[in-house]
Design a protein around this ligand. Structure first.
Ligand code: DC
Length: 234
């Protein structure tokens, strides 16, 4: 039996990380973990429990509420995907709303939120055989991941992808709103003190602006298969 590895995929918002991660996991028979969904679930909790109110995040209240927040996943075999759970409830659709997107960078910049989520992410990855996407997976969560990919794409292409994704899920948003949100999150995610978005030194950078999902999968899959095989020979 071949050894299992950890594949870390990091990059800016709406670069196609989840598409690549899901496709890779499917091909390799690995588990796909969307770490952004975990920060989104915490943000949804804040909105539902008035920790975010009138556009303000009450960070101290969130600190006290952390013990009351259980984030997890349930595998849906019918669609072959993980459903995000917040305190046992399916929140997969709610966490993709623009309201959550507006506040998630602020919530995910908090040290105690990151510590709790990183702990959970490492637990999930203990047995390896996972593809996890996010902002700090190759730098902080799994610095020894066998394969690290840093995805990049042109800003206008990222905005169009987010627009199409939200539209297909029934959300009414304008391109302008999306561009503003992407710029805001890029700025926040790269400049925060805690685990800012960075390309790991040993990450492979891939610009997928002009690659379709099949092409990007083909490129990364061949590298992943080589990594898996290298490990077996060692
Ligand atoms: O991947 P996403 O757009 O769903 O992530 C939502 C936000 O969560 C993103 O703006 C930054 C944050 N995030 C993070 O700080 N660290 C991660 N590993 C994943 C996401």
């Amino acid at each position: 039996m071949s050894r299992k590895i950890i594949i870390a995929i990091d990059g800016y918002s709406s670069c196609g990380k989840s598409t690549l991660a899901k496709d890779l996991a499917k091909e390799l028979g690995y588990v796909y973990v969307d770490s952004g969904a975990m920060y989104r679930a915490v943000t949804l909790y804040c909105i539902d429990n008035h920790i975010i109110q009138d556009g303000n995040l009450h960070a101290e209240s969130l600190k006290f509420a952390m013990h009351d927040i259980q984030v997890g996943f349930r595998y849906d075999p019918l669609h072959n995907e993980n459903i995000t759970l917040l305190n046992g409830k399916d929140v997969e659709k709610e966490i993709r709303s623009m309201e959550v997107s507006r506040f998630v960078s602020q919530v995910s910049a908090l040290k105690y939120v990151r510590e709790a989520m990183v702990h959970l992410q490492r637990q999930i990855g203990k047995e390896k055989g996972i593809v996890m996407d996010g902002r700090d997976i190759g730098t902080v969560v799994f610095p020894k991941a066998e394969l690290k990919i840093f995805l990049v794409a042109k800003p206008e292409i990222r905005a169009k992808r987010r627009f199409d994704e939200l539209k297909s899920k029934g959300y009414e948003v304008s391109i302008k709103e999306i561009v503003e949100n992407i710029n805001h999150r890029d700025q926040y995610d790269t400049s925060r003190a805690e685990s800012p978005l960075r390309k790991a030194l040993d990450a492979i950078e891939l610009d997928n602006s002009f690659l379709n999902p099949g092409q990007q999968l083909e490129r990364v899959l061949s590298i992943a298969r080589k990594k898996i095989a290298d490990g077996v020979q060692n």
